[in-house]
Design a protein around this ligand. Structure first.
Ligand code: AMP
Length: 467
C-alpha cells in the first residue's frame, strides 16, 4: 500500500483547550497531502480520545467533534492513498491499547521492509487489524516499549525500519515526533503562543498563527509536553535524502521545506528551464495549479507574455484519484478548460511540473490545439520520471510511466507537441539549492537511497550512525 499523508501535532500549556481546533486548521492547510480521510487524537488529562472520518477535513469531522475534543495536546493526520483501499479502518491516527496505556500514531511515508517486519511480529503472535505499514511501526514500538523507555524504544525501532517515515505519536500528555535518519519526508517545528506545533509543512504552522522555527532534523526526536519542547538527535547520516518531488509537486508553494521556500525553488526551476530550453513563442501559460509557479519563472526569464490559456475548475479533485485510464481522461476535461481568445492563432508554451503517465499532457495539447494554437511547445519542470517511488509518493508502476521506456522524442510525438523539453536533473537541483547528495532522486534515476529489492541503491546515503 502506497500512501502520501500529512501529519500535525500540537502541545499547549496544560490550561489550554485549543489543541483540537488548532489541529483542525493545521490539517485543513495540509489537505493537499491527503483527501481520503482525516483524524485527530487528543489527551484530555485522563485518557486519549480520537475522531476519524472519511473525506476532506470538513467532511471527516461533525460539527461538535472538535468541541468534544477540547484539550491542550493532540495529533492529527490526513491520508491520501490511491490504491482504492479507501476505508475507515485505514484512517489515522492509528490507536492501539497496550499494557501501560494508549498509543496514537500518525505516519507519513512508506516502509520498504514492512512485510518482512510484519511476518516477524506475526510469528510472535502479534495480531494485525490492517495491512498498513503504520500498524507495523506501532506494533514494533509497543514491543520495544515493554522492555525499554520511549527513547530507547524508538532508537531500537529505527534500526529495523527501512523506508521513509515522519511520525507523530501521542502517548498520554506527550507528543513524540520522529523523522527518519535520511529526512526523506518533511517535518518542521513551529512556535505558538503558549506551545509548539510540529507539522509536515510550514503552511500548517502559518495557518494557526505560529512561526516556523526549523525543520526536525533527519534522525532527530522531538518531544512536546505541557507547551514545552525538548529535542534529541538519535541518529546521524552523512547525507540526507530529501524527497525532491516534494519540492517540485507535492508541497504547497507557500511551504518552507528543508529551509527552502518551495515557491522560490519553483520560480528558479522555471527560469532554468528557459535557460536550458528556450523557444520563440507568443505566450506562456501553466497547467494550473501544479505548473503555475514554474510558468511565472519561465515567462519572467524569457520575456514571453504570461497569459492564461487554461482555467481549472476549483471544485475538481486530483485526476490521479480517478480509477482507470478512461475515467482519468474524462477527468482532465472536467478539470481544465481553454480560454480560446487567448490562444487562437498563437504559438504557445505550456509549462507543467511533471509528466507521469502522459494522460494529462496529451489531453491538454489536444485541447490547446482545438482552441486554435498555431504551435504548442511543452516545457516540464522536472526530468523524465523513469522509475517508481517506493518511499511515499504515489506513482504508478514502471510500465505505466510514459518515460520509463520511451525517448523524449517519442513522448513528444505521443502527446502531439511541436516540441517537448524537460529540465535537466542538474538544473533542477541547482535551482532548488540543496546539494545533490542530500536528495532522493529515485524517480528520475532509478537509484534509491535505501536498499529496495531488485533496485539500485546509492551507498553514500546508507551510512547511518548513532549520535
Ligand atoms: P499524468 O502525466 O497524466 O499521469 O499526470 C501528470 C500530472 O499529475 C502532473 O502534471 C502533476 O501535476 C500531477 N502529479 C504528479 N505526480 C502526482 C502524484 N503522485 N499524485 C497526484 N498527482 C500527481
Amino acid at each position: 500500500m502506497q500512501e502520501e499523508c500529512g501529519v500535525a501535532g500540537i502541545s499547549f500549556k496544560e490550561n489550554s483547550n485549543n489543541a483540537a481546533a488548532s489541529l483542525y486548521c493545521a490539517l485543513f492547510a495540509l489537505q493537499h497531502r491527503g483527501q481520503e480521510s482525516a483524524g485527530i487524537s487528543i489527551y484530555d488529562g485522563t485518557t486519549t480520545r480520537t475522531k476519524k472520518g472519511m473525506g476532506l477535513v470538513p467532511q471527516a469531522f461533525r460539527k461538535n467533534d472538535i468541541n468534544e475534543l477540547s484539550s491542550a495536546v493532540g495529533i492529527g493526520h490526513v491520508r491520501y492513498s490511491t490504491t482504492g483501499d479507501s476505508s475507515i479502518e485505514n484512517a489515522q491516527p492509528l490507536v492501539i491499547n497496550y499494557k501501560d496505556g494508549i498509543l496514537s500514531l500518525a505516519h507519513n511515508g512508506n516502509l520498504v521492509n514492512s512485510q518482512e517486519l510484519r511476518s516477524g511480529l506475526e510469528a510472535e503472535q502479534r495480531i494485525f487489524h490492517s495491512d498498513s505499514d503504520t500498524e507495523v511501526i506501532a506494533q514494533l514500538f509497543i514491543k520495544e516499549l515493554s522492555k525499554k523507555d520511549i527513547i530507547s524504544s524508538i532508537k531500537e525501532m529505527v534500526r529495523m525500519l527501512v523506508g521513509s517515515y515522519a511520525i507523530l505519536m501521542l502517548i498520554g500528555d506527550r507528543v513524540i515526533a520522529f523523522r527518519d535518519p535520511l529526512g526523506i519526508k518533511p517535518l518542521c517545528i513551529g512556535k505558538l503562543e503558549g506551545g509548539y506545533i510540529i507539522a509536515s509543512e510550514s503552511c500548517a504552522i502559518d495557518v494557526v498563527g505560529g512561526t516556523c522555527i526549523r525543520d526536525v532534523k533527519p534522525g532527530e526526536l522531538v518531544i512536546l509536553k505541557n507547551g514545552a519542547m525538548e529535542a534529541r538527535q538519535l541518529y546521524n547520516s552523512k547525507h540526507s535524502a530529501h524527497c525532491i518531488f516534494e519540492h517540485i509537486y507535492f508541497a504547497r508553494a507557500d511551504s518552507i521545506l528543508d529551509s527552502k521556500l518551495t515557491y522560490q525553488s519553483r520560480i528558479r526551476v522555471g527560469e532554468t528551464l528557459y535557460d536550458e530550453h528556450p523557444v520563440n513563442a507568443d505566450i506562456a501559460f501553466p497547467v494550473p495549479d501544479s505548473g503555475t509557479t514554474f510558468a511565472i519563472g519561465y515567462a519572467h526569464r524569457s520575456g514571453i507574455q504570461y497569459l492564461e490559456g487554461l482555467i481549472k475548475n476549483r471544485y475538481s479533485g486530483r485526476t490521479f484519484i480517478m480509477p482507470g485510464q478512461n475515467m482519468r481522461e474524462a477527468a482532465v476535461r472536467l478539470k481544465l478548460n481553454t480560454i480560446k481568445q487567448n490562444i487562437k492563432g498563437k504559438s504557445v508554451v505550456i509549462v507543467d511540473d511533471s509528466i507521469v503517465r502522459g494522460t494529462t499532457s496529451r489531453r491538454i495539447v489536444d485541447m490547446v490545439r482545438a482552441a486554435g494554437a498555431r504551435e504548442v511547445h511543452v516545457r516540464i519542470g522536472s526530468p523524465p520520471i523513469i522509475a517508481p517511488c517506493y518511499l511515499g509518493i504515489n506513482m504508478p508502476t514502471r510500465h505505466e510511466l510514459i518515460a520509463s521506456d520511451k525517448t523524449i522524442r517519442t513522448i513528444e510525438a505521443l502527446i502531439n507537441a511541436d516540441s517537448l523539453r524537460y529540465i535537466s536533473l542538474e538544473g533542477l537541483i541547482k535551482s532548488i539549492g540543496i546539494p545533490a547528495e542530500d536528495f532522493c532522486t529515485g524517480c528520475f534515476t532509478g537509484v534509491y537511497p535505501v536498499e529496495i529489492p531488485g533496485e539500485q541503491c546509492t551507498r553514500a546515503q546508507l551510512k547511518i550512525t548513532e549520535f
